[in-house]
Design a protein around this ligand. Sequence first.
Ligand SMILES: [Zn+2]
Ligand SMILES: [Zn+2]
Length: 279
Amino acid sequence: MIDFHDTIDTIKRHLADGSDRSLTYAALECRLAIERICYDRLARAHDYISHEEVRRWQPHLVIKLLTEDVDPHVASTYTLSISTQPAVEGEDLTKKDYVPVGTQQGFNGARLAKLWNALSNTALHVSLPKSSDVGVTQFGSAGAIRTKVEQALIELERIATGTMTSNGFGPGVSFTCECGQLVKRRSEQLSAGKVVHCINPACNESYEVEIEGDNINFGVRAVYLTCKCGEERRFPKAPLDKMRVNEIARSHCSCGAETIFCWKLFSAVRDPDATKRVT
Ligand SMILES: [Zn+2]
Ligand SMILES: [Zn+2]
């Protein structure tokens, strides 16, 4: 759990001071706190998703990704309780005694994003002058900044009452990557054809999800080429996917020969008569 005491105290102190500079600093504290809330949930989810799959850094987009790929309840409020006695098979579990473990405080990702953007727009940028007779101010409008900071503070104080954050629940599936890293995923968030990456940040391997009935398999994505010396060489596909058009990547075999990769644009002309025959 994030300890927000210092953040909340600092924001209140700046609000009480009330100067343009202090209000600007309060807005910055609010924005950092919103990022911490979202990224803390990402950090906890990293056992189930790789850094490579986090394509966009904006806090609400990170939360959207986690909702879709790791835990649909990553931004939900719920209390986790545990029974005081072990469960016996066939027992009515609703009749057992439970003690609470903790409460995760949820939030509305879209609303938090709106606040995060508004704090920046009102406080953290100097307004762009629209004409020569408009002065460039040092700080934004104090009233507008205070309004947004106070809205953010209410949300931060509410989220700060949470006593736990979880990376969710649900059946999982795992496999060992080529690098030796155990990779775990939530089964319910997987679909055929989805590409998942190894969670080891130093590893380039990625896998395509294959679903056959109840079985979930992970097919390694790699390109295999035979060098002129006869050696079969293997290249992980993920780094090749990231190459730009016309970018050149090179790899040297132990024999000295060089393998060169490059994405090229291809085109084809389709015969309309052939199309008619197919349809
Ligand atoms: Zn790996
Ligand atoms: Zn070779």
